[in-house]
Design a protein around this ligand. Structure first.
Ligand SMILES: [Mg+2]
Length: 247
């Protein structure tokens, strides 16, 4: 166990559609699976509470029959990084602020994209807490392996944040400022665990935050997150309320 009471902050972030411009799972479903229309239908069922995120997501992934390594190659060719993320990550690194990816996606995909788009150094420094994948050696069939199969989200992000904090020796007396960056429905539970939620402009997470009364601040890119985090860290959190948009 390692403890540091001198860290200014910890940043937890969603991956798909937050650090990347395209959601890789949606991209695979739309282009290699049953397509955008059917995905939108399932998405609506999830939003309406008729189907859990966990089960709807499995239906989407089951429609993709392309072997997993080819899926990764396809994503490496097509998925782009938020243009401000590298600078954000390097500033955090220079300040000793950990950046942790908390994702409903599958680890090998996140790992490959992070390595290609940010570099080996990012792989060494950025923890990835996510779901995984199981590949059948003979048939090449693959299936998502949920981190928290009992959770309706498949990955309970709030639980992952709590686990991270407790295994790193943080409790109520020494927890630094906590930030969460996200764009979708699976980010809601995580948002409640942090001091400030960065919610992506025009995405579902904003609707949910308003509906659930979760304080948030909007972002369009990590360049905006960087300037707000710099300002909040400089003020040791005293100015956090200024940034909340749904007071
Ligand atoms: Mg997302």
């Amino acid at each position: 166990m390692t403890t540091s009471t001198t860290l200014p902050a910890i940043v937890f972030t969603d991956w798909d559609g937050t650090v990347t411009l395209q959601d890789s799972n949606d991209y695979l479903t739309d282009n290699l699976g049953f397509g955008k229309e059917k995905r939108a239908e399932i998405n609506q069922h999830i939003l309406d509470g008729k189907q859990s995120f966990r089960d709807g997501f499995i239906d989407m992934l089951n429609s993709i029959t392309t072997p997993f390594p080819e899926c990764i190659d396809f994503l490496l060719k097509n998925v782009q990084l938020d243009p401000g993320f590298k600078d954000f990550y390097h500033w955090c690194e220079s300040q000793g602020i950990p950046v942790i990816v908390v994702s409903s996606g599958m680890r090998p995909i996140i790992y490959s994209l992070l390595k290609r788009l940010v570099g080996q150094e990012a792989i060494d420094n950025i923890d990835i807490i996510s779901n995984d994948v199981a590949i059948n050696d003979e048939t090449q069939e693959w299936n998502i392996v949920y981190k928290d199969p009992q959770s309706s989200f498949g990955h309970d992000k709030s639980n992952s944040i709590k686990e991270y904090l407790s295994t790193h020796g943080y409790d109520a007396s020494n927890t630094p400022l906590l930030f969460y960056c996200g764009d979708g429905v699976s980010d809601i539970s995580a948002a409640k665990e942090t001091n400030l939620l960065f919610a992506k402009h025009g995405k579902d997470l904003i609707k949910y935050s308003i509906r659930e009364g979760i304080p948030y601040t909007e972002f369009n890119s990590f360049a905006e997150i960087l300037s707000k985090v710099q300002s909040i860290v400089a003020a040791k959190g005293a100015n956090i309320d200024q940034f909340i948009e749904n007071k």
